[in-house]
Design a protein around this ligand. Sequence first.
Ligand code: UDP
Length: 483
Amino acid sequence: MENQRPQTVPRVLIFPMPAQGHVNPMLKLAELLAMSGIHITFLNTDHIHNRLIKYTDIETRYSKYTGFIFRTISDGLDEDHPRKGKLVWDIVHSLHQKAKPVLKEMLVSGQLGSGDSPSVTYMISDGLFGEFTIDVGEELGIPTVHFRCSSACYFWSYFFFPRLLESGEIPITNMDKLISSVPGMESFLRARDLPSMCRVTDVTTDQTLHMVHEVTYQSHRARALILNTFEDLEGPIVRRITEFCPNIYTIGPLHTHLNVRLAQNSKWSSDQSSNNLYDEDRSCLTWLDSQPPHSVIYVSFGSITVVSKAELLEFWYGLVNSKQRFLWVMPPDMVLGEDGENSVPADLEEATRERGCMVGYAPQEQVLAHSAVGGFLTHSGWNSTLESIGAGVPMICWPYFGDQQINSRFVSQVWNLGLDMKDVCDRKVVEKMVNDLMVERRREFAESTAEMARLAKRSVNEGGPSYSNLERLIQDIISCWTN
Ligand code: UDP
């Protein structure tokens, strides 16, 4: 590195877990930092980067920020690995096993720098990478911060995994029993609301269960913890987490935060592009334009969820029988066990033509912000939850895995932003919940969701807590580089 130019700007390495729900918020954080003049190296796995290049214009879009570069690393899996459903944990296990020496070599060799910022001066790694990025940071003297893309409530619950085991609350014997081992949640958290990894029967040997606890615990070694949440939503839980991680930056909702700062700054025009890993079908926005206000329920289970054909039909019949209009996102690989026999019952087809629209992937933020949308049937992924909150849209939650089980409990019981349908997939229940959300309890949810959307915006406006925390993070990045 002797021949390199002197470092005149700080450079931050941002390294997300390779999945849509992690790449999205970390790209938004990257852009917010780049707007303040910091140089960014965004490290994707080859698999993710190839998909981003195929479906988006990210390389040209981010080239407007001086010093913003993309680099790639292998996830260590075969190219034909599905990287879908619960198999996504294979990616985390693989990176834990293989990525540490590669990352270190990339940093030492200078491959992750460029131009006026040849060296990485600060690292923001996905918290799911646990100790290996912190170890590399310590070995090379690079301050390293963890970014957890999930909710604070999920993160907090994971600290108590040993206590859940000791008390016998896991393995779970009664799904409706209240859980006493997670401080602050004793009055509403049932066994079924615990992170889905707690549902395994072999709690002593299940690798994922133990790995997630270990990575959560490792965050106390990081210089700081970044969470995509905001004070009015999860402030009390965030304060509890400071027992383990004293320096926390809550800077969310990141999508709102970015939109607000782009709108304020004429230098960086906001565009409509996304960072999606699938081919986005924007025709649904035109369809929405022709629907009455608040009349459409938007249905999406995110980028990882898979459902059986039987489940698909229960949802479909429930939606059709509710008589409400619907926009449904169905990524090509969402339905399990497709055997080539894809015939759809004629009554469903006809009703869908009349009052439905189906797409493979949607521009979700824009869909949720559309005036025709009045509800969201969601898998309660954390980004989807925040995007719904930011748009003031009430939710029906059907969690699939990970943090979604606890997020949905908070949505329904703590924040009163919708209904929780977890562990049930029945057309009658779908029909009833859709009508409850869109008709019967519409006014009640309209009030609670509008208020939370207002608080979300306030948090990212100048002077708000998320705004100030981002400024504090920027100052930390600058001071680590100058000292
Ligand atoms: N998303 C999208 N269009 C779709 C489905 C998903 O733009 O049709 C985006 C969505 O806006 C969110 C992310 O993909 O930012 C999904 O993240 P989330 O945490 O909700 O769920 P995951 O996909 O990780 O399960």
